[in-house]
Design a protein around this ligand. Structure first.
Ligand code: MRU
Length: 330
C-alpha cells in the first residue's frame, strides 16, 4: 500500500523535512526545519499535525536544538507551548529530557520514538481490523500523515479493508479545518479504498438508514478512565452511535494515555482562531463582524465507547481497570 509520511530526516544535513499539510491535497510541498524554534512554529501553524506525528516532530525538534546550539530549556519550553491537547507532545519531550546533553543520545531517542510509532501502529491496525466490518465511518485524519507510522483508526480501517472486512468508508469532512476532506480522503484514495466524503452533519441520517456498521476515531489524549479528547465533532458522533446501537471505537497507542489524569475533566482543550470557522481559504462565509467560537477538540465520556483499540489488544469495560492493566499501573 502506498503510504505518504508527514516527515523525513536528512541525517547528513541535520534537517527535518515536513510535508506541509496545510497545502494538501492539492500541492505536495516539503518544508525544511532546522531549529527547535522553527519546529515549534511549524507545529503551532499545523504544518505537521496529528497526535503521534506532533510527538515525533517535537522529539526531532530537540535533536535540532542540540545541533544548532539552542538552549535546551528554551527549546523544550517553546515546543511544549506549541499545542496543548495531544499528550504525545509532552510524552515525547519527557522522553527527550534525559538526553539533552548528548547529540548521539537525543538522536537515538528520537529515532526510537519514531520506530515505536511504527511498531505500535502495526499492532493497533491488526487488533482494530478484527472489530471492523462492512461500512465504517471515521472523523478527522488518523492515517500515516497524522502519525509517521501506519495510522491509528485509519490504520485499522486500511488493514480491515485489505482483509476484505471493510467494504466502504464514510469520511466526515471535519469542519472547520477539514482534515477529513483534505487528508483522509487523500490517503484513502492513494490506498484504493472505496470511500465517500460527507459533511459532518450527515452522519446521523446515514446511521438512521442503517448504512454505518461501526465508527472508529483517533485520540489526542485519554484519561485513565477512558474519557478522551479528540477532534471537535467526535462527541456528537459518539452520542449518535449510541442512539443507533452502532459500535463506537477509539484507537490509540498507550502513549496517548495521560497517566496523571483520572478523568477527562483536566484535559486542556485547544481554542483556535475564529477565522478558521468564519473563512474558507480566505473567503468570508459569515457577515463581517459576526463572532465565531472554535474549540478544536471535544471530550467524549468513556461510557460511549464500545472498545479501546491499543497495541496490546482491544480493551473493554470496565476501562479504568483495563487501561491500568495495559499500562502496567498498580
Ligand atoms: O488538530 P489535529 O489535526 O492535530 O487533530 C488530529 C486529531 O484529532 C486526530 O484524530 C488525533 O490526533 C489522532 S491521530 C492518530
Amino acid at each position: 500500500m502506498e503510504r505518504v509520511l508527514p516527515f523525513r530526516w536528512d541525517e547528513g544535513e541535520g534537517v527535518f523535512w515536513l510535508l506541509d499539510q496545510r497545502r494538501l491535497p492539492l500541492e505536495e510541498v516539503w518544508v525544511p526545519v532546522r531549529t527547535a524554534k522553527e519546529m515549534a512554529e511549524a507545529i503551532r501553524a499545523m504544518v505537521v499535525r496529528g497526535a503521534p506525528a506532533i510527538g515525533v516532530s517535537a522529539a526531532f525538534g530537540m535533536v535540532l536544538a542540540h545541533l544548532r546550539g539552542e538552549d535546551p530549556v528554551e527549546a523544550d519550553r517553546l515546543l511544549r507551548q506549541s499545542r496543548p491537547t495531544a499528550v504525545n507532545l509532552f510524552y515525547a519531550l519527557d522522553r527527550m529530557r534525559p538526553h539533552w546533553g548528548s547529540a548521539e543520545g537525543s538522536l537515538e531517542e528520537a529515532k526510537a520514538l519514531w520506530r515505536e510509532v511504527e511498531e505500535t501502529e502495526g499492532a493497533i491496525s491488526r487488533h482494530g481490523a478484527r472489530v471492523l466490518r462492512g461500512q465504517v465511518l471515521t472523523h478527522c485524519n488518523t492515517g500515516p500523515l497524522a502519525t509517521g507510522g501506519f495510522g491509528t483508526a485509519l490504520g485499522a480501517i486500511l488493514e480491515a479493508h485489505r482483509q476484505g472486512r471493510v467494504t466502504h468508508v464514510w469520511v466526515d469532512e471535519t469542519r472547520p479545518y477539514l482534515q477529513g476532506a483534505r487528508l483522509t480522503a487523500f490517503e484513502l484514495m492513494k490506498a484504493g479504498v472505496p470511500a465517500t466524503l460527507i459533511a459532518d452533519s450527515m452522519a446521523g441520517f446515514l446511521m438512521a438508514q442503517g448504512r454505518v456498521d461501526a465508527v472508529i476515531v483517533g485520540v489526542d489524549r485519554m484519561a485513565l478512565n477512558g474519557d478522551f479528547a479528540n477532534k471537535i465533532g467526535t462527541y456528537a458522533l459518539a452520542v449518535l452511535a449510541r442512539h443507533h446501537g452502532i459500535p463506537f471505537y477509539a484507537a490509540l497507542p498507550l502513549s496517548s494515555v495521560d497517566p496523571n489524569l483520572p478523568t477527562g475533566e483536566g484535559i486542556p482543550i485547544e481554542e483556535r482562531p475564529p477565522e478558521e470557522v468564519l473563512e474558507l481559504k480566505g473567503v468570508r462565509l459569515a457577515p463581517l463582524g459576526f463572532p465565531a467560537y472554535h474549540p478544536a477538540f471535544d471530550l467524549t465520556p468513556h461510557r460511549y465507547l464500545t472498545g479501546i483499540v491499543t497495541e496490546k489488544g482491544v480493551l473493554y469495560p470496565p476501562f479504568d481497570e483495563a487501561l491500568r492493566d495495559a499500562l502496567g499501573l498498580a
